[in-house]
Ligand binder design. Structure first.
Ligand SMILES: C[S@@+](CC[C@H](N)C(=O)[O-])C[C@H]1O[C@@H](n2cnc3c(N)ncnc32)[C@H](O)[C@@H]1O
Length: 175
């Protein structure tokens, strides 16, 4: 199996702090790489360009060969993806959609929020998905929070860990 660093070199996710984030992700996820997990990443990348983005989903697809990977983006995406990846269009604050997806996929083992980075969106998404997440709920790029309060809010959430700069990792498995 290729390492996450090798995979990231070819799939090119646009994660702002790529090196620190993927090192941390590998620490968290290496024990479940071969499992049939379900991972939802909010924010496919490429913004309004339908043909751009998807680097992170490609990385997860290769890192977790037996997983079901779902990408959600507010903008339309027309990117070819491997068979274990589905890209959906929708907003991270559409709580009806989030609820429907949680039911459809039987919840998620991992949720990564790399979407709008607007504090009230980040919180709305977490509140909708937290009870449908089994292992890890992760928020990327905390430094980009476009309003005061993201870190303050998640500080009070059980299981939250800020030991990696700009990342909030909430471990759900021991809750
Ligand atoms: C930083 S990019 C994601 C990069 C990708 N995760 C990666 O690492 O390759 C952020 C994406 O979030 C999307 N986005 C912004 N607001 C959103 C919202 N309310 N709901 C869903 N996606 C949103 C943008 O269209 C953009 O494509």
């Amino acid at each position: 199996m290729k390492s996450i660093k090798e995979i990231a070199k070819t799939t090119k996710p646009v994660k702002q702090y790529l090196k620190t984030f993927i090192t941390r992700y590998d620490e968290l996820f290496r024990g479940i790489r071969d499992k049939q997990i379900t991972l939802l990443e909010i924010g496919v990348g490429g913004y309004k360009n339908p043909e751009k983005g998807g680097g992170s989903l490609l990385m997860w697809s290769e890192y977790f060969p037996n997983a079901t990977i779902i990408g959600l983006d507010i903008n339309e995406k027309k990117i070819n993806m491997p068979s274990n990846v589905t890209i959906l269009r929708g907003s991270q604050v559409d709580t009806n959609l989030l609820n429907e997806l949680s039911i459809k996929y039987g919840g998620f083992d991992i949720v990564i929020d790399d979407g709008s980075h607007i504090t009230h969106n980040t919180i709305t998404t977490f509140e909708a998905l937290q009870h449908h997440t089994r292992l890890f709920y992760i928020i990327e790029d905390l430094h980009m929070a476009k309003a005061y309060g993201t870190k303050e809010y998640f500080n009070d959430v059980e299981g939250s860990d800020f030991s990696t700069e700009h990342l909030c990792v909430i471990s759900k498995s021991n809750q």
